[in-house]
Design a protein around this ligand. Structure first.
Ligand SMILES: *Cc1c(COP(=O)(O)O)cnc(C)c1O
Length: 360
């Protein structure tokens, strides 16, 4: 059996060695006679798996004891509600930056629970750039400042961490988590749906500064209460055990690769190769301000949209899968997360080169 290069935006490709290890451990995890899927989440074996995964994530991302690490459920989208329910407290509103479709979803959901000030937006220019921070109308009285470091659909990524001026900074890192070094101490809360850079979908990792726990509104569902989750080691109910285990295998793999510093170098190289090719070839285009092009999601268009079908068909035939762009943007999108080997980017560039030649 041969593995394709899967450029899906999410659920995304996982490291092959991780899948093989999961396969080898499927029926009998280390002599326990059970699959991880069949274990009690309160038993010694799973508690070891869970604690090891948390520690490895702390090591990789540089998370201090001032933060709780939670393994929650419902994906990143459930956090769009969980965050305001927990963090608005007695404040009237929170600040949000609007840089694309994921920002907009977070904003729409937060509006159900309190006031939202959109402090900056790049919607007028089609979400092709990050608004200059000097022009953001942030409020010192906001409950928090929320932003989306990498807009997965548009392929737009911040190259800086915003200065939130003492207000807790909240980041949806779903598609950029662990792809490059980040100073966690600048954040109040980081969350990431797992299916881009961490593991299977459904799981969502939350890193929250401990002083932000305990502020949830009283009507907050128990399962969405960060303090309850922290006090119960993310096991108030049965957690998503198998996803947590797989995330742990991915964290080990990342450590073997040299951690986020090494990943950042590889990811920068992969992305710049692809953007350089797109920029030097008249047949392809990417609309994003070069300074803010995503390292993880590379949208591109062909000179003639009528060729999209032929491009995708040829790509499929070569085992270059899921290159179709998001329905709201069109064109193509290559998602090149941590687990996409550089050889996959090389194969894509080679195919793109040959496709242009075929068109004459
Ligand atoms: C994928 C994604 C989401 C949604 O994740 P779900 O787990 O499907 O809810 C939210 N934000 C960003 C930035 C994403 O890339």
């Amino acid at each position: 059996m041969s593995r394709a290069f899967n450029f899906c935006a999410g659920p995304a490709t996982l490291p092959e060695s991780v899948l093989k290890q999961a396969r080898d451990e499927m029926l009998d995890w280390r002599g326990t006679g059970m699959s991880v899927m069949e274990m009690s989440h309160r038993g010694d074996a799973f508690v070891e798996i869970a604690e090891t995964a948390e520690q490895d994530l702390r090591d990789l991302a540089g998370v201090s004891d001032d933060y709780a690490v939670l393994f929650m459920q419902g994906g990143a989208s459930s956090q769009f509600a969980t965050i305001p329910l927990n963090l608005l407290g007695d404040k009237a509103s929170a600040d949000y930056v609007n840089t694309g479709i994921w920002s907009k979803k977070a904003i729409a959901e937060a509006r159900r629970y309190g006031g939202v000030n959109v402090v900056a937006s790049s919607e007028d220019n089609g979400f092709t750039t990050i608004p200059d921070q000097s022009a953001w109308s942030t409020s010192a009285d906001a409950a928090y400042l929320h932003y989306t470091p990498n807009e997965t659909i548009g392929g737009l990524e911040y190259d800086f961490v915003p200065d939130s001026g003492g207000v807790p900074l909240v980041a949806d890192m779903s598609s950029t988590m662990l792809s490059r070094p980040v100073d966690v101490s600048k954040f109040g809360l980081i969350y990431a749906g797992a299916q881009k850079n961490i593991g299977p979908s459904g799981l969502v990792v939350v890193i929250i500064r401990k002083d932000l726990l305990g502020k949830a509104r009283k009507e907050t569902p128990t399962m969405m209460n960060y303090q309850v989750m922290a006090e119960n080691g993310s096991m108030y109910n049965t957690p998503s055990t198998y996803s947590w285990y797989l995330a742990g295998l991915v964290f080990k793999w990342l450590k073997e690769q040299g951690g986020v510093t090494a990943m950042g170098e590889i990811n920068a190289r992969k992305a710049s190769k692809l953007y350089d090719f797109i920029d030097t070839n008249e047949f392809y285009a990417n609309p994003i301000n070069p300074r803010f092009r995503s390292w993880m999601n590379v949208p591109f268009t062909l000179a003639d949209d009528a060729l999209n079908g032929a491009f995708l068909k040829g790509a499929d035939a070569r085992g270059l899968l899921n290159l179709q762009g998001h329905r709201s943007v069109g064109g193509m999108r290559a998602s090149i997360y941590n687990a996409m080997p550089e050889a996959g980017v090389d194969a894509l560039i080679q195919y793109m080169t040959e496709f242009v030649k075929e068109q004459g």
